[in-house]
Write a protein that binds this ligand. Structure first.
Ligand SMILES: *Cc1c(COP(=O)(O)O)cnc(C)c1O
Length: 482
């Protein structure tokens, strides 16, 4: 496919305009001369149809949940129901101005308030803020709250304990909030090594941050014991709840000792993500931390909703205005559509689907922690690497030829050659069976014709990219050939 610049023909136009007949000074006479171009910009010159085809074809180069199975572990690429978009797009919601007074925005405030209440109930917390714009931003907010709490007790403390199976954003967020992260080991079951946790707990520890389910897709069944240990040192228990998809209606983290948790609306609650689009990472806290939540707080008195800025202990704002509220509206629609037993069924099916894939594939791909997983399973390409010299990267590239978005690879970091597969509950058994068949086919190809797998992809416009160079030395500007 040619670049739009390569399709350019000098003088070609996509539209015809009548000659300029406005009386008075021309635009270039109105603007200060230092801002005017001395020679015209080098823009592509194409006809309208060429333009439309170019961008339509470019848009088809993308892989998304709406066209392919997208089992990207840890990311929950579930289907985003279109009714979310329709309702979030209603003029009464999209045309609000953030400076409008409470009395003219009662409907939106009610939606936000109710979403807050649903999230509170889902995780068993006492207070929720909707402000943070993403999961990592939620971690930042939660840790700021934790810091404010410890400061109020007289000592902010110094360290945050983070197991090696945590999400990579956790240590970064701790550092951002002025804490040094300390790594805690996992045991042979993939859970927190309690002996290592005990060794590190003392009065300098501000919090433990636990990703649940962890990045091995496992639920740590020692959670109560962990909470008790953390609390006995005067520290707080932060749960990274980005992957709450696995436990809706099954576990309320607030009831098993969690003090602070963030939700990823753009994972669990089916709002779009990827491509850097807006997300939402609300944070829930237990009662003693509620006064520290960001302002404004959305309040309900009788049947009136209002924004309350008078919270003297609050950490302040973490986002302009009230958060990405149109993302919150989508999550609200999703929760309402699944009211009743629906949310619990979401988690049951997410867990069932992941275990189905794992049980069908573990005869072909090594499974380092062979036990019941939650919403995602971690396999590896170790068998293929040792027997045939085929790496996990090759397997992922080969999946592209079969029309799939590859799963997450080489993460979690504690698993060699890992393949982290998250099917989500929105996929049918037929889709999973087709994917399983293709994965088995690739395992067979690795044994019988390893070079075929190592040379993949064959069906894409580009083959293997230098990913390090692409990140470190991006070449983003087209320069005309001399
Ligand atoms: C995705 C994810 C995050 C980060 O969320 P963002 O919205 O990408 O900032 C944090 N923790 C876990 C476990 C995640 O899966």
């Amino acid at each position: 496919m040619k670049l739009i610049f390569e399709q350019s023909k000098s003088g070609r136009r996509g539209c015809t305009l009548p000659p300029q007949d406005i009386k008075g000074k021309a635009v270039d006479q109105l603007l200060p001369t230092q801002y005017l171009r001395t020679k015209p910009a080098e823009l592509p010159e194409v006809d309208e149809l060429t333009l439309v085809r170019h961008y339509t074809n470019l848009s088809k180069r993308n892989l998304g949940v709406d066209d392919v199975f997208y089992p990207l572990g840890s990311c929950t690429m579930k289907y985003n129901p279109k009714i979310n978009e329709t309702l979030a797009g209603l003029g009464g919601l999209t045309k609000l101005h953030p400076y409008q007074g409470d009395e003219t925005t009662q409907g939106m405030l009610e939606i936000l308030y109710e979403t807050q209440e649903y999230l509170r109930e889902i995780a068993g917390m006492d207070g929720v803020t909707l402000q943070p714009a993403a999961g990592a931003h939620g971690e930042f907010t939660g840790l700021k709250v934790i810091r404010a709490y410890h400061v109020a007790q007289g000592n902010p403390r110094k360290y945050v304990l983070i197991p090696d199976s945590a999400h990579g954003t956790n240590p970064a967020s701790a550092a951002f909030c002025g804490y040094s992260p300390i790594e805690i080991k996992s045991n042979a079951d993939g859970n927190v090594d309690l002996a290592d946790l005990k060794k590190h707990l003392n009065s300098d520890i501000a919090a433990l941050m636990l990703t649940i389910p962890n990045t091995l897709g496992l639920f740590d069944n020692q959670i109560k014991e962990i909470a008790d240990l953390v609390h006995s040192a005067g520290a707080l228990f932060y749960m990274d709840g980005a992957n709450l998809n696995a436990m809706l209606g099954i576990v309320q983290p607030g009831k098993v000792g969690v003090d602070v948790l963030h939700y990823n609306l753009h994972k669990t609650f089916s709002t779009p993500h990827g491509g850097g689009g807006p997300g939402a990472g609300p944070v829930g806290v237990v009662k003693k931390l509620v006064p520290y939540l960001p302002v404004p707080v959305i309040k309900k008195e009788q049947d009136k909703f209002s924004l309350d800025y008078n919270q003297p202990k609050s950490i302040g704002r973490v986002k302009g205005f009230y958060g990405n509220i149109n993302i919150v509206v989508r999550a609200y629609v999703y929760i309402r559509m699944l009211s009743g037993a629906g949310l619990k069924q979401v988690s049951e099916c997410a867990v069932l689907n992941a275990n189905y894939v794992a049980s069908k594939l573990k005869a072909y791909y090594h499974m380092p922690y062979d036990k019941i997983c939650m919403h995602e399973c971690v396999l590896t390409g170790e068998n293929q690497l040792h027997a045939n010299g085929v790496r996990t990267l090759d397997i992922a590239k080969r999946l592209l030829d079969y029309g799939y978005h590859p799963p997450t690879i080489y993460f979690p970091l504690i698993v060699h050659e890992s393949l982290m597969i998250e099917p989500t509950e929105t996929e049918s058994k037929e889709t999973l069976d087709e994917f399983i068949e293709v994965m088995i086919k690739i395992a067979n190809e690795s044994a019988t014709n390893p070079d075929l797998v190592k040379g993949a992809p064959y069906t894409k416009p580009v083959k293997r990219l230098d990913e390090v160079k692409a990140a470190r030395e991006p070449h983003l500007k087209w320069t005309p050939a001399k």
